[in-house]
Write a protein that binds this ligand. Structure first.
Ligand SMILES: *Cc1c(COP(=O)(O)O)cnc(C)c1O
Length: 391
């Protein structure tokens, strides 16, 4: 069986070493030393100034909307995970959808202005599959209309935009450290902001609004995370460079094999700074997508329809037709991509897809000049071996 993703697990003894220290301290949660260490190490790793580790990516979105005191309408993308929209509705705001760019799959910045009304308070956009939005265009619009910007950067661990972590953009960026994400803390997430006041507000909100032993200066919720989750995060941080390299290698191997397939691939903002979090394939028709998906399932290879259906068709939002998103959502699947996916399994997946489109079994590899370099190949050989425990 080949699943669409597999969570990364460090060696059990690495985790046990941290757990032993938790037993010694008997400090389990409430801003403990491992949570503090993780926040510090993540800031160093990502080269960022501020972040708060929280319970998951969905509460991170809710905290962001609450901390910015948003109301009325929030402009957002219909092509994302359900939490992007449900958080807006949960916070009592109304999602107003703007269609996506057919190539980058991100919100189409050129269509945002037409959706702004006197009730608009913010733009909440997702960097889909880790591919950054047109951040400059979005910020220009936000400045012009005095709107706040939140980025759902749940897929973005390790993605950089103009030499800075993509988490540093917008008034607030949020991410998820759920087990299915490329870097995880089992369950977990984070909020990022450059604004010290917003940071303070979210820090208070994360812990019931406590500002002293018996004082509450903000409405708060429980968005804290535990020492055990932080321990997993600390273990996984040691491996994340290997995970990122391995994904890049696998992504390139997919591109080499599937380059001739009659499908569309996501256009990347900048493939040098991308984290290769997903491998989406967009078929010409929904029927072809189903046919290929079925062919893979016969061989016990499971893809996911990320993202289907369009969020603009959720039962609790005002239905808004989104022609580009509706079309892409009906034709897209993400192929299996995880650090332990073997080259022979990847080969099999590609052969089945090529065969589903009546390609010759002996595919002709296609080279994407910039993507495949000897340097990367040699680096990856080492990484692959070390992940398999042979180095
Ligand atoms: C995973 C994900 C979330 C939710 O994160 P959780 O940690 O599972 O709550 C939000 N938005 C996007 C785009 C996601 O992929």
């Amino acid at each position: 069986m080949i699943p669409v993703t597999k969570p990364f697990l460090p060696a059990e003894k690495e985790f046990r070493a941290y757990v032993k220290t938790i037993w010694e301290r008997q400090w389990l949660t409430n801003n403990g030393p491992l949570v503090n260490t993780l926040e510090l190490k993540l800031k160093q790793y990502l080269g960022i100034s501020h972040m708060l580790f929280v319970s998951n990516g969905t509460t991170a979105l809710q905290l962001a909307i609450k901390a910015l005191n948003l109301s009325g309408e929030i402009i957002t993308t219909p092509f994302s995970f359900v939490a992007t929209t449900s958080s807006i509705v949960w916070q009592g705001c109304e999602p107003v959808f703007v269609d996506i760019d057919p190539e980058t799959l991100n919100i189409d910045a050129a269509k945002i202005e037409a959706a702004i009304t006197p009730l608009t308070s913010a733009i909440l956009a997702t960097h889909v599959f880790g591919n950054p939005c047109d951040i400059e265009a979005i910020q220009t619009i936000a400045d012009k209309y005095k709107l706040r910007v939140i980025y759902d950067a749940a897929h973005c661990f390790g993605t950089f935009y103009q030499n800075r972590s993509v988490f540093e953009y917008g008034d607030i960026s949020v991410t998820s450290f759920h087990s299915t994400k490329l870097y995880h803390t089992i369950e977990g997430g984070a909020v990022f902001t450059q604004d010290p006041d917003l940071l303070r507000t979210m820090a208070l909100m994360r812990n019931f609004g406590y500002s002293g032993v018996d004082t509450f200066s903000e409405q708060g919720i429980n968005a804290k995370n535990s020492e055990f989750h932080a321990a997993m995060g600390l273990c996984n941080l040691r491996h994340v460079d290997d995970i990122l390299k391995k994904r890049k290698y696998l992504y390139e191997q997919y591109m080499i094999r599937l380059g001739n397939l009659d499908v569309q691939f996501q256009k990347l903002e900048n493939d040098e700074n991308y984290n290769y979090a997903y491998f989406p394939v967009i078929f010409k028709t929904e029927a072809l997508m189903h046919q290929s998906k079925a062919k893979l399932e016969l061989a016990q290879i499971y893809c996911r329809r990320y993202f289907y259906p369009s969020l603009s068709s959720l039962p609790y939002v005002k239905h808004q037709p989104m022609p580009v998103c509706d079309s892409i959502a009906s034709r897209v699947i993400c192929l299996p991509l995880y650090h332990t996916l073997s080259l022979s399994d990847l080969d099999l997946i590609c052969r089945l897809l090529l065969r589903a489109q009546n390609f010759d079994n002996d595919f002709k590899p296609k080279h994407f000049g910039k993507l495949v370099t000897d340097k990367i190949e040699s680096e990856i050989n080492i990484t692959t071996a070390s992940l398999n425990g042979t180095v």
